[in-house]
Write a protein that binds this ligand. Structure first.
Ligand code: HAM
Length: 447
């Protein structure tokens, strides 16, 4: 006797998204497309793998993402390829590759799809996860740039943030908290980082091994520490807000004013530094409830200069990415907690468990031909239909209809086929009515 084959399991940190959850995923993506569309964004679908060099240059070789978490492999022609850990780098590459600087500026793009990071899996953290993101790119025209652009740049930042908040609001996401910060530009940040490093050197002995390492590689990341015993030390460290140059300070003030004008509520958080190297000035993060430690559902910021770093011309950029897995988790948590959800988070009627609207119970050869036609007509009209593939006694078929949660059973036997009057049974109250095919369609459409 042959040995039973071992089942193969999915790779650690990856998972299958299954119905009925996928209904909510599709709903969330549909709302994103609608809301982003009203803000003038078009969809881009970049590849899921790219030259490793793209992420090394854009995200930064010293960052955790690039140094520890990327899935990198050598292709058969010896080139180094990586599964994308994020998509901002890809969007900038595509902007350059397709000469989008010659389109009317700014170019506004959104994307959704899987990203890959080899992190330690836990609730809300996966090795394959999904992002919904958006980027605004604007090539500098001759004479553009400098302090006079600050009001415009800040207004674009605020509108991008307003768009995410509108999206969350449309979904009925609760407990949303927006944190904002400015991390300055490459000049004032460099000076601040030196001041910070000097101060950290003084308290080095009181820091844990991770922060001691970051002190050398990227002192700003020490501010991200969640270690209890490091918190009092971090609170005494110099704050970037006190070290911004005049332009960065003006940009940050204009951003707050623009957010106020849009009635977007925020909290200033001087410790918000983000884990990717390309940011400058505006950074932001949004948290939501029900997520535990991994509670950031969205992160973003401004990245002027990134396109240039990737070989394009001087270009400004601002964008964000939402962790779709976390957004869905938070919405599901909310649904468990509350019976009275805002309308938009309720699932489209009849789809929640993929229950059919109509179950066709048929008996007899002629009835099978009629059932096939009825199923085709009803599905073409947009109604979900289920039916047994082989003949089944009516009693058994109706039991199956009940089990699947169908609303109606369409009963087709010899009598129905010869008279053209079909029997429709409402399963909730067992009431029956006789309808011709056009009457049936009419009845279902009016529901
Ligand atoms: P990020 O902060 O690395 O930024 O990721 C954005 C969001 O993706 C996070 O807030 C989180 O919700 C989700 N996320 C990240 N890693 C995981 C994971 N392992 N499992 C589940 N969810 C995760 C970026 O990726 C930037 N590209 C955002 C951006 C766009 N900045 C400007 N434009």
């Amino acid at each position: 006797m042959s040995k039973k084959a071992e089942p193969i399991r999915s790779v650690k940190g990856t998972r299958d998204l299954l119905p009925p959850d996928t209904v909510l995923w599709n709903h969330v993506e549909e709302v994103a497309r609608t809301v982003f569309g009203t803000f003038g964004f078009g969809e881009i679908r970049p590849p899921v793998f790219e030259p490793t060099e793209l992420f090394a240059r854009a995200v930064g070789g010293e960052t955790d993402i690039v140094s520890k978490e990327m899935y990198t492999f050598e292709d058969r022609d010896d080139s180094q390829i990586s599964l994308r850990p994020e998509a901002t780098a890809s969007v900038c590459r595509a902007y350059i590759e397709h000469g989008m600087h010659s389109l009317p500026q700014p170019v506004k793009l959104y994307y959704m799809g899987p990203m890959f990071r080899r992190e330690r899996p836990q609730k809300g953290r996966y090795r394959q996860f999904y992002q919904i993101g958006a980027e605004v790119l604007e090539a500098l025209q001759p004479g553009q740039g400098g302090p006079k652009d600050i009001p415009k740049d800040a207004a674009i930042d605020a509108e991008v943030i307003e768009m995410v908040m509108t999206f969350f609001e449309r979904l009925g996401l609760q407990g949303v908290q927006l944190d904002i910060n400015s991390i300055g530009d490459k000049n004032c940040r460099r000076k601040y980082v030196e001041t910070l490093r000097a101060e950290l050197q003084r308290v080095k002995d009181k820091l844990g091994p991770d922060s001691q390492r970051r002190l050398e590689t990227n002192p700003l990341r020490v501010l991200d520490s969640k270690l209890e015993n490091e918190q009092p030390i971090i609170e005494t460290l110099p704050r970037i807000g006190d070290h911004l140059c005049a332009d960065c300070k003006a940009h940050y003030a204009a951003l707050r004013q623009q957010l106020d004008l849009r009635r977007v509520k925020y909290r200033e958080n001087w410790r918000l530094v983000r884990g990717l190297d390309y940011y400058m000035r505006t950074t932001f993060e949004i948290t939501a409830q029900g997520l535990g430690a991994q509670n950031a559902v969205c992160g973003g910021g401004r990245y002027d200069g990134l396109v240039e770093l990737l070989g394009g011309q001087p270009t400004k950029g601002i964008g964000f990415a939402i962790g779709e897995d976390r957004l869905i988790l938070s919405l599901q948590e909310q649904m468990r907690d509350s019976a009275s959800l805002p309308l938009a988070t309720r699932l489209p009627a009849g789809q929640a468990g993929h229950s059919p609207l109509v179950y066709i119970a048929w008996m007899g050869e002629k009835a099978q031909a009629t059932a096939i036609r009825a199923a085709q007509t009803l599905r073409a009209a947009g109604f979900s239909v289920e039916w047994p593939p082989v003949e089944q006694k009516f009693g058994k078929a109706l039991g199956q209809a009940d089990k699947l949660g169908a609303k109606f059973a369409l009963i087709l036997g010899d009598n129905e086929v010869s008279s053209g009057d079909w029997t429709l049974k409402t399963l909730a109250d067992s009431s029956q009515q006789k309808l011709t095919e056009p009457q049936l369609l009419d009845f279902l459409r009016k529901l």
